[in-house]
Write a protein that binds this ligand. Structure first.
Ligand SMILES: Nc1ncnc2c1ncn2[C@@H]1O[C@H](COP(=O)(O)OP(=O)(O)OP(=O)(O)O)[C@@H](O)[C@H]1O
Length: 338
């Protein structure tokens, strides 16, 4: 399978009090065509900044300090101007946010907002646009799409608004859909419907998904591969099945434990002690998880762990796996994607 998005050694910095602090650190991710790829981590792990970097939507205080983001092997998105990026957004890459009201304009009808996307990216007559919009609204599950055309966002429920967002995001059949916490604001029953819908439609359109979430349940439901992020670094990467069966990084183990304890009423609710360090709290070197890790060793506080190869398809940024990394002959930081 060829690659649709290749993030290479991406670093993002934030500037405050005239100082630069690192918030995404040497990130490597590769999403294949038609693949559903998840990025999971607690609040503050750098997930959203990764998706905003892809779309050149970083706020002014944040900037990409290193790396490239290749779309379809040929276009480095970090090199595009805001204007050039407008042609990519909505057409080749679309994004759905947690709260559709941030993306939908309260002043315009559903029909107007979806036609804007079509007007920007194609040359269609009014009649063609209307037909395409009705067809798309039907695909996202509206039984009476014509009745929806003249409605305003505030006249819709949260689930309906998210369906409209999905219609807007997919109407140009993008190569990649970034879904940033797309169901977090919705009721559990609606969540499942929206995830199913995204799964089905992206399959029909051969669209890859980058799913950004703090919720491992969402990853299990929708994704094939997963990257676990912590304080701006990728700490573990594998298939979703492998992460659930054989998590290696102590942070991933903690995340999984907190999900499992949710489902087991006999167990006390588990949460990983402590918080993700803020950019200003990060140490110069050493593992970023060291202060919360139950297995912390001296080396963890001194040296940045590289990504160790656990097996062919599984990497983990933890000194506990140094031996496995050496055995598999991959313990060369220059050789491993990190
Ligand atoms: N506009 C901003 N100004 C300053 N710092 C920021 C800004 N946005 C994010 N950060 C910092 O960057 C780090 C990563 O933020 P990011 O939003 O990517 O995390 P996240 O994993 O997506 O969490 P969340 O789910 O809460 O959005 C955080 O430590 C945050 O403090």
């Amino acid at each position: 399978m060829s690659t649709i998005l290749d993030i290479n050694d991406l670093s993002v910095d934030v500037t405050f009090d005239k100082q630069k602090h690192n918030v995404v650190n040497g990130l490597n991710l590769s999403i294949k065509k038609k693949q559903k790829y998840g990025v999971v981590g607690e609040s503050g792990s750098g997930k959203s900044l990764t998706s905003l970097s892809i779309l050149n939507l970083l706020p002014d205080v944040l900037s990409i300090s290193n790396g490239s983001i290749m779309l379809d092997g040929s276009t480095d998105l970090t090199k595009l101007s805001k204007k050039e990026m407008l042609n990519i957004r909505g057409n080749e890459i679309s994004i759905i946010f947690q709260e559709p009201m941030t993306a939908l304009d309260p002043l315009f009808t559903v029909e107007h907002q979806i036609s804007e996307v079509l007007r920007f990216h194609g040359k269609y007559t009014k009649k063609q646009m209307k037909d395409m919009i009705i067809d798309m609204l039907e695909k996202v599950g509206f039984a009476e799409p014509r009745q929806l055309l003249k409605r305003y966002p505030h006249q819709l429920s949260g689930g309906m608004r998210q369906r409209v967002m999905i219609a807007m995001a997919l109407i140009c059949k993008p190569k990649l859909l970034i879904a940033d916490e797309p169901t977090t604001a919705l009721d559990v029953t609606i969540q499942a419907q929206i995830l199913d819908l995204m799964n089905d439609l992206t399959q029909d359109y051969d669209t890859s998904i980058l799913m950004i979430t703090h919720d491992l349940g969402v990853i299990a439901e929708t994704c094939e591969r997963v990257a676990v992020m912590y304080a701006g670094t990728l700490v573990e990467e594998s298939t979703v099945e492998e992460l659930f069966d054989n998590p290696t990084h102590p942070y991933s183990v903690g995340l999984l434990e907190s999900v499992q304890s949710l489902g087991d009423k006999t167990k006390k609710l588990y949460s990983i002690p402590g918080n993700v360090p803020t950019p200003a709290e990060l140490k110069e070197s050493g593992c970023r998880f060291a202060s919360r890790c139950p297995h912390v060793m001296d080396i963890c506080r001194q040296e940045d762990p590289p990504l160790f190869q656990i097996d062919d398809d599984h990497t983990s940024r933890c000194w506990l796996y140094r031996e496995e990394g050496e055995k598999s002959n991959e313990y060369k930081t220059s050789n491993v994607k990190g």
